[in-house]
Design a protein around this ligand. Structure first.
Ligand code: PLP
Length: 364
């Protein structure tokens, strides 16, 4: 029985990715900036990864792909760089349910010039509120995640990207929870796009950022050597980058049957509701990631549930890892209008690519 239901926090490397990572670590550990043939091999691997990812995202210019240490770094770069380029007096608009790695850098770099886009009670960004913000304020950048890490609710990023295009406003999407779970679609047509390998069976500490066409300066990225077109200094972690791409290739070759997977998750929720009718499933009536189920239990604090489930061999979460570590109620639930009492009863359950119907049934 696979009792791991915290995949939105992190995933183990897929076994074949782990093997690939070990092989590449042994074979191409040289510094890609060095000048002998072995190093050239590492450089070739790096650039092939960049080209593959650009192609995967439907991006013409591979140099728009910058490899980073993960989604947190990518998101930080977005807000420091856009602030540095900010035409006088413009503002940024971010959704109220963004991950802290978007909210905190937005506040740090844009201070009081951050507009929060509200969400509806199901956790979907309110498009009419966004339109009002765009009409009434001079906005330079809109940042809305593709899928929420706590509720799994899919955000209307296609519409938002289109609206931003019409308004001449840059669009950033933190697609950390989307990659590997759902087809990439038009995500690559965002000016800025964030991804992180450890959320889709790749190694930790590696991710990417798509930057706007022609971008030749990234303020806030670490400076140092001339790596990544001088956009981000530091020796590239080629084996990890290669393993990240390998994980995406695996998922592209064998994509999850998301409808079938969602049915297994739905069956779990139906079973729970039969047993305990007072349970509330958050975002049940809107589109969600097939692996995620956020429930509000009718009694007992969520930590008590988490502990009891852990004793039984099931790992679940009380919210995002970042929020739960702080012991604060989640800003995501707060912005969805959950009461303080409800927030203390939330369990986030996030299955994996190999979670079976039996695993869900075991958890139920
Ligand atoms: N963005 C989202 C939506 C996330 O879910 C997470 C991790 O939970 C992050 C960013 C941060 O990712 P990383 O650990 O790669 O910095």
């Amino acid at each position: 029985m696979n009792g791991y239901f915290d995949s939105n926090a992190t995933t183990p490397m897929f076994p074949e990715v782990r093997k690939h990572f070990a092989e590449k670590s042994a074979a191409i550990w040289h510094n890609p900036s060095s000048l002998y043939p072995e190093a050239a091999e590492a450089k070739r691997e790096l650039e092939e990864c960049r080209e593959w990812l650009a192609d995967f995202l439907g991006v013409e210019e591979p140099s728009r792909v910058v490899f980073t240490s993960g989604a947190t770094e990518s998101n930080n770069i977005v807000f420091s760089s856009t602030q540095a380029l900010n035409p006088q007096g413009k503002r940024v608009a971010i959704s109220a349910i963004e991950h802290p790695s978007v909210i905190e850098p937005a506040k740090r770099h844009w201070r009081s010039s951050v507009e929060m886009i509200p969400v509806d009670p199901e956790g979907r960004v309110d498009l009419s509120a966004l339109k009002t913000i765009l009409e009434s304020r001079e906005i330079s950048l809109v940042s809305v995640m593709a899928a929420n890490n706590e509720t799994g609710v899919l955000q209307p990023w296609e519409e938002i990207r289109e609206i931003c295009g019409l308004e001449g406003v840059s669009f950033h999407s933190d697609a950390t929870q989307w990659f590997g779970k759902l087809p990439v679609g038009e995500l690559g047509s965002s000016e800025w796009l964030t991804g992180s390998a450890h959320k889709f069976g790749g190694p930790k500490g590696v991710g990417f950022l798509l930057v706007p066409d022609g971008c030749d300066d990234l303020t806030g990225a670490q400076t140092g050597g001339p790596q990544e077109r001088k956009l981000r200094g530091g020796t590239e972690n080629v084996p990890a980058i290669s393993a990240m791409i390998y994980a995406l290739k695996q998922l592209e070759a064998q994509p999850p049957d998301h409808d079938a997977k969602a049915r297994e998750r739905d069956q779990f929720e139906a079973q729970l509701l039969t047993e305990i009718s007072e349970i509330r499933v958050v975002g049940k009536s809107v589109e969600r990631l097939w692996n995620t189920s956020m429930i509000i239990v009718p009694k007992h604090n969520n930590l008590k549930w988490l502990t009891r489930l852990a004793d039984l061999g099931f790992q679940v979460s009380t919210g995002s890892a970042c929020s739960s570590g702080r012991g604060n109620p989640s800003h995501v639930m707060e912005s969805m209008g959950l009461s303080f009492r409800e927030m203390g009863r939330v369990l986030r359950i996030s299955g994996s690519w190999d979670t079976s119907a039996e695993d869900w049934e075991g958890l139920a």
